[in-house]
Design a protein around this ligand. Structure first.
Ligand code: ZN
Ligand code: ZN
Length: 304
């Protein structure tokens, strides 16, 4: 038998070890939505006339994100919400997720644009993986996806790009930056919209929600059907090891993932200034970079 909810007399569906609460379906949904609302109020300033784009993969995180953005902002008269889906080209994985993304956009009546690696770069991710090896595929994919999203949203005059990164993603990225000696990139996991010249400001409304809770939210909200499989390339990356390590810590010491992010927030402001000072335009594509050519262009040239 399940324990009772700590806020009412219903059966609980989840135990939040970091808060010490058992929650029923209704109070769990409230808890997720209030975390997102609180985060948006505190860190994101959205104006009435803005164009907001959601990066929608069709996985559970981005589907929940689009659903919540529509729920929170859908009624604003002059706010334009669109979504962009990147088809990286991963056989037996991506097609199903894209179908989910399409039906959610239809259901919410949101305009969706789909771009593929194959058409935009010349190679699908599977083809890239054959060349660079499975261990490096995840990293290539991240760089190319970020680059493409920035180019496309700039063309569409988007004011802010919302991405579905959750508490687990963000605390993993923070640790990975340290482990790979790239701690100057920590500002990428900071709270609030990213402020870098030439980049569309990114917002992460799900940053304070644990991955497990997003999965559960997607399951209990029947409107949000989404894709649950892990990307076949993710296990090969450093991220997989960092994920296992952080989950182990979180189990022994609940709240660890939150403390990692609190630490990042304390030091991130100075890092942004430092990185902005070095930005210039990529010689090949014109996107902002710290070097003569941006990382995406270097990768594409290597592939060619
Ligand atoms: Zn309850
Ligand atoms: Zn470039």
């Amino acid at each position: 038998m399940n324990p009772k909810c700590d806020k009412c007399s219903e059966d609980s569906i989840i135990y939040q070890s970091y808060s010490g609460l058992h929650l029923c379906k209704k109070h769990f949904i409230e808890s997720v939505e209030s975390k997102v609302m609180k985060y948006i109020r505190k860190h994101i300033d959205i104006g009435n006339e803005e164009k907001l784009c959601v990066a929608l993969s069709g996985g559970k995180d981005s589907c929940v994100l689009l659903y919540l953005i529509d729920k929170i902002f859908g009624e604003w008269p002059n706010l334009d919400i669109i979504s962009i889906t990147i088809d990286e080209g991963i056989e037996n994985y991506r097609d199903e997720a894209i179908e989910y993304s399409k039906s959610l956009c239809e259901f919410l009546d949101i305009k969706q644009y789909i771009y593929s690696f194959k058409e935009e770069i010349g190679y699908s991710l599977d083809e890239i993986s054959d060349v660079v090896g499975k261990e490096r595929t995840c990293r290539y994919c991240g760089i190319l996806r970020r680059w493409l999203l920035n180019k496309k949203t700039k063309k569409k005059n988007v004011d802010k790009l919302a991405v579905g990164h959750n508490l687990d993603d963000e605390s993993q990225s923070a640790l990975m930056n340290f482990l790979s000696g790239e701690n100057f990139r920590l500002n990428r996991v900071a709270a609030g919209p990213s402020k870098k010249d030439g980049f569309i400001p990114r917002i992460k409304p799900l940053r304070e929600v644990p991955e497990k809770e997003i999965g559960l939210y997607a399951k209990v909200k029947e409107e949000v059907s989404s894709h649950f499989d892990e990307c076949p390339y993710s296990d090969w990356a450093l991220r997989g090891d960092v994920r296992d390590m952080l989950n182990w810590y979180e189990e022994k010491h609940p709240g660890t993932k939150y403390s990692v992010l609190r630490g990042v927030d304390r030091i991130s402001k100075n890092l942004t200034k430092e990185e902005n000072a070095k930005l210039q335009k990529c010689l090949r594509c014109g996107e902002p970079t710290n070097n003569q050519k941006c990382q995406a262009c270097k990768l594409i040239e290597n592939l060619n």
